[in-house]
Design a protein around this ligand. Sequence first.
Ligand code: GFB
Length: 311
Amino acid sequence: MKLFIAGHNGMVGGALVRRFQREPGVTLLLRTRRELDLTNQAAVAAFYAAEKPDGAIIAAAKVGGILANNTYPAEFLFENLAIASNTIHGAYAAGVPRLLFLGSSCIYPKLAPQPMPESSLLTGPLEPTNEAYAIAKIAGLKLCEYYRKQHGVVYHSAMPTNLYGPGDYYNLERSHVMPALLRKFHEAKAASRPEVGAWGTGSPKREFLHVDELADACAFLLKMDNPPDLVNVGTGTDVTIRELTEIVAQVVGFKGRIVWDATKPDGTPRKLMDVSRLTALGWQARIGLRAGVEATYASFLAEQAAGTLRG
Ligand code: GFB
């Protein structure tokens, strides 16, 4: 199988490359952003027509944490819509039979029942801080559903919960909470600073999945003859942001105080995935949060030592 992984330099794409490199019979087709601009419809169409992959995983997206999503909604909507439409329609036009599109747990309504089943999609208003990103991801998953329904191609989607792991983005203004906390605690410890600032109130709850587990779930779904149109990928358990800060501080060895900045947004109060659909199909997450944070801190240190830390 010749498999195109769109976005292979990102955290998710990198995990997919590691996972599929050990999958017998798979040859990876990869393009950097410089080689192929996924927001350029003509370039994407020409790429698919020339390469004719047997399958594609769309892990390319403009992503960021709560503040980046809230500050740059025009870019988040436009770029992600363009990537979804070009990569999905382009695949169909070139006769690619199989495609897996990756979304996000923020596609579900702000006040969805917890845990959130796939059936809660489009049943209520979205969380305002990431509405733009969510609308682009909803458009992408619906494109897959409709191309499958109308044209018979096996295009389907997976919705991962909040992800973390090697290759994350550590810019303090734009990153997600986990890389931000790892970096803040690490730098405060190194400088013997007595306190670290964290955003919001600490009371929102989030579910965290190690990115290698998402890659494994993608491999599992790609092997199914008849995968569900939409499936949640998560651990099924969540923690408060305050609990997360305690775990990350312990792992890093920061012993000072945490000062909460309530002028920064909390975002959605809770977004725990209902993972019963994927569990019933036979896949479930195994990496516990503490072990995952320890592994990610080790990756952070290795990336920093190698000069490859992003952000
Ligand atoms: O990970 P995060 O940026 O995004 O923030 P979301 C999660 C929670 O952690 C929020 C708090 O309540 C933040 O206020 N937090 C505490 C921090 N300290 C920090 C910090 O130093 N940095 C950051 N970034 N947060 C994103 C969406 O939402 O989740 C995306 O904006 C996407 O669209 C992604 O869905 C998975 O979980 O709130």
